[in-house]
Design a protein. Sequence first.
Length: 218
Amino acid sequence: MNSDFAIILNFKLKNAKKVDTDFLVKTARNVGARAISSDNQAVDFQPACDKYTIALVKNQNGSDLTANDVIDTVVKSRFNARPTIINLTTTEDGDLTSADKQMLAVLNDWMHVFGHALNEGQPSSISASNDSCVLPNRHAAYQKYAFVSEPLPEQIIVSGIDQEPNRVEWIEQRIDLNFTYQDKQLTINLTKPATSFPWQVLRIQEHRPEDDILETKF
């Protein structure tokens, strides 16, 4: 598991009389978070973390985010190589507040489409216009993700890519985008994506080692 966590859910258990660690850790897993923390070290989260392959990290107080600002906060923090630590208040009966549930629903919808790019992307020297940001895949350097905010510009210009891509596409529904490449500058013409999110993500696919395989025999 990549220990450079993009999202950490911090469970605040002060008011909880009943704590269902399985429910809370599963909640983290379901929204694409890869780590949790808690303000109550007496509660044993480790078995549930082992079950769902979620890291248990030292408690760090985070931010009280809402459905309106969670995506923007998560993306911008990732650009700066910082985790987003999200405080979640646990009620007396061990549930989450309605506001936190709404926020997590928004986060889940976005992470369901773009979570891999967020979790596996890492900061780099590659730059992009229009306040966009490019994060290379930490495991596959030939694959890069460009995060673009709404309202979308007609095009973005990416500088610092060493070779012309094979393809550029919106991650959602894998819709190809037209592009030109010259002098290590990639100009991408943007079309309207299928759905509306505050941040959209496209994939820049360069030459892969498997592209050199001419024939596969079984």
